[in-house]
Write a protein that binds this ligand. Sequence first.
Ligand SMILES: [Fe+2]
Ligand SMILES: [Fe+2]
Length: 371
Amino acid sequence: MNTAQNPTLETSRKLLYVGSNSDLFRKDISKNLEFVYTVRLFADTSGLERAVKGEPPAALILDDMIPPKGGINVISHYRSIRRYKSLPIVFAIDQNDRETIANAKTYNGVECLIKPYSVNDLQVAISRAASAGVEAEWKTIEPVQRQALTQTLHSFNAIADMINDEQPVVYEDVRESCGPLVNAVSDGNYKDMLRGVQDHDNYSFVHSLRVATFLSLFGHAIGIRGEDLMTLSTGGLLHDVGKMFIPHEVLNKAGKLSDDEFTVMKSHVTHTNGYLGQTDLPRGVIVIAGQHHEKLDGTGYPDGLKGTEINQLARMAAIVDVFGALTDKRVYKEAMEPEKALGMMSEWKTHLDQELLGKFREMLLDAATID
Ligand SMILES: [Fe+2]
Ligand SMILES: [Fe+2]
């Protein structure tokens, strides 16, 4: 996508500064991040400092190898200035330099990126750093909704780590993390939570939290309570967990996916099934995760299930998943108005269960969920 044709796209991207004297490092970071962020590169600290003064970035990526005195000195410099005390910093440092790693960890708001790093390590470090501002604002929202955000995010990050370490998901932990979300939804007290997550940098988390919330609201509105409501909530949070196996350049691509890329993207369901299959989970969670891309006419994936072959929970999840994606804000698109999204979805009669869609629409209108 050519963002030059649409200036709003460029301005909605978060700004990242990269400081390193290594051409290779700067190019590597730029190559892996420029499809999501606006990236500016600096070979020494003087240019970098001028830029930070002019326009502070969403996050600063510092290589330890930056002249004249190395990245750790730049960190120490910024943390000594009140204005930059919480400037998010990702610090790239060799795994053998244990002393500097330990030193860097004593500073607030510094994510260490240990070399050699994978693209995934890089993405996770940037996302965590660039979300620090959004997460800090959660402190001001009402406790149950704040807990719903912090606990589900913690659980989501823990799952990313477990996938990295080839460990299975611990259902009890996920279930516990969804407790405040279910309470917030049951009390009709969730709007700040939806607003608070919108600008978070981890899009997979944003989408999964929104799906968990809308699915719980939907379930609550049609009379689902107790443990079954918990299943809807955890199912929503886990429904796309297989996307953590998909390369970031496919997952975050702004333009249309090629046929090959779409095949890779669709495999997230197979990855989800494989990963969640290692743990004993409620059947509802498995159904939501495994069938949310099936379509009534059998053209969905992965199994091409038709009509009532698709479990009702999955038909609900399909509605919520599409609604969530259409009304989400992304770096390359504005959020669609809920009414417009529901109007479009009511045309997709061969894909979505229209009776359930009617109930979902009613729920949104009754609750005036979206301002
Ligand atoms: Fe999905
Ligand atoms: Fe999804």
